[in-house]
Structure formats: C-alpha cells, structure tokens
Design a protein around this ligand. Structure first.
Ligand code: HEC
Ligand code: HEC
Ligand code: HEC
Length: 111
C-alpha cells in the first residue's frame, strides 16, 4: 500500500513539475516582447519581436544596436517614412512591405 501511494505521489509531483515548466516556457517572451507605439492620427503600431525573430527569422544583431537601441525610444515621424531608417531599413517595399504605399499603412497602423 505505502509503496503504491509513493508511486502515485511521484507521478503527481512530476505532472505538476511539467505543467510549471511548460507554463514558464509559454510565458517567456522573445527579445523585448511586444513594443507598442501609440500613434496619433494614424492609429497605434504594434511591433512584435515574436513574429520578427521566429517567423521572419531576423537576428537580434540585424536590429540591435545599429538600427534600434534595446529600449523603447524610437521617434518615427511621418517624414521619416520615406527615409531608409528604423523600420524602413527592411520595410523598403522589397525585403518587406514599405511605409509609403497607401495600401500598406494598415498593416502597421491599427485604429
Ligand atoms: C512598417 C510599419 C509602418 C507602416 C507600413 C506605416 N507606418 Fe506610419 N508609423 C509607424 C510607426 C512605428 C510610427 C511611430 C508611432 C509613434 O511613435 O507613436 C508611425 C507614425 C506615423 C505618423 C505620425 C503619428 C500619427 O499617428 O499621427 C503618421 C501620420 C503615419 N505614421 C502615417 C502613415 C501612413 C499614411 C502610412 C501609409 C502610407 C504609414 N504611416 C505606414 C509605422 C508604420
Ligand atoms: C526586426 C528588428 C528587431 C529584432 C530582430 C530584434 N529587436 Fe529588439 N527591439 C526592436 C525594436 C523596434 C525595439 C524598440 C526600440 C525603440 O523603440 O527605440 C526593440 C526593443 C528591444 C528591447 C527593449 C524593450 C522595451 O520595451 O524597452 C529589448 C530588451 C530587445 N529589443 C531585445 C531583443 C533581443 C534579445 C533580440 C533577439 C532575440 C531582439 N531584440 C531582436 C527591434 C528588433
Ligand atoms: C530586420 C528587418 C526588419 C525590420 C528592421 C522591421 N521589420 Fe517588420 N517585418 C520584416 C519582415 C521580413 C516581415 C514580413 C513582411 C512581408 O512578408 O512583406 C515583417 C512584417 C511586419 C509586420 C506584419 C505583421 C508581422 O508581425 O508579421 C508588421 C506589422 C511589421 N513588420 C512592423 C514593423 C515595425 C513597426 C518595425 C519598426 C519598429 C519593423 N517591422 C521593423 C522585417 C523587418
């Protein structure tokens, strides 16, 4: 009896450990996580580290520290949209959709 109870206890402890480790991994954010820019007239822009690093396979060093600092401080004006800096380093209409075509505004700006 005692032996069987011991086995059940071990199994139960293992299940709890796996669940805890799983939850920790699920919550671990990629890089700087989601970075949200509030916008004004055009609507907020969400930058996702998750999609850029995991889906689009961008390396940290492609963006940090040359294009962006590793803290949220970018000021991207409307005039900057046609300059090859910040997001437009890649979002140039070739490597990724650009910042100047009307049809693409809503891919970044969500009202
Ligand atoms: C690759 C993503 C991206 C695309 C595409 C894009 N923008 Fe932006 N835009 C931004 C980011 C990021 C900011 C900075 C927002 C902030 O700092 O609050 C910004 C800021 C702005 C601003 C100044 C802030 C505001 O909301 O008034 C305007 C105006 C603007 N964008 C208009 C446009 C228009 C028009 C288009 C399409 C022709 C466009 N943007 C396409 C990312 C993008
Ligand atoms: C496609 C470009 C890109 C890639 C790749 C990228 N980042 Fe970022 N990261 C950004 C941007 C944009 C910001 C916000 C910068 C700003 O507003 O000035 C940022 C901000 C951060 C921040 C600060 C977040 C905050 O809220 O202050 C950290 C930490 C960070 N990145 C770490 C990483 C790490 C680690 C990797 C690689 C796993 C990585 N980043 C890959 C674009 C990128
Ligand atoms: C290192 C290159 C790189 C930089 C820098 C970069 N992006 Fe991207 N981004 C991509 C690629 C590649 C895609 C896939 C686009 C496509 O299929 O045309 C993408 C897709 C996106 C998408 C579509 C949704 C998604 O997450 O897949 C949004 C929104 C976006 N980027 C916003 C931004 C913003 C805002 C910035 C600047 C803060 C930025 N990106 C900087 C490479 C980059």
């Amino acid at each position: 009896m005692g032996n069987r109870f011991g086995k059940i206890l071990i199994v139960a402890v293992c299940i709890i450990c796996f669940a805890a480790v799983g939850a920790a991994f699920a919550q671990k954010k990629v890089g700087g996580g989601d970075v949200k820019y509030e916008g004004k007239t055009q609507g907020a822009v969400l930058f996702s580290h998750e999609t850029h690093v995991n889906t689009h396979k961008a390396k940290c060093a492609e963006c940090h520290p040359k294009v962006f600092k590793t803290k949220k401080e970018m000021k991207l004006s409307k005039a900057d949209h046609s300059q090859p800096k910040y997001c437009a380093t890649c979002h140039d209409g070739k490597k990724a959709f650009g910042l100047t075509a009307e049809a693409d505004c809503a891919k970044c700006h969500k009202k």
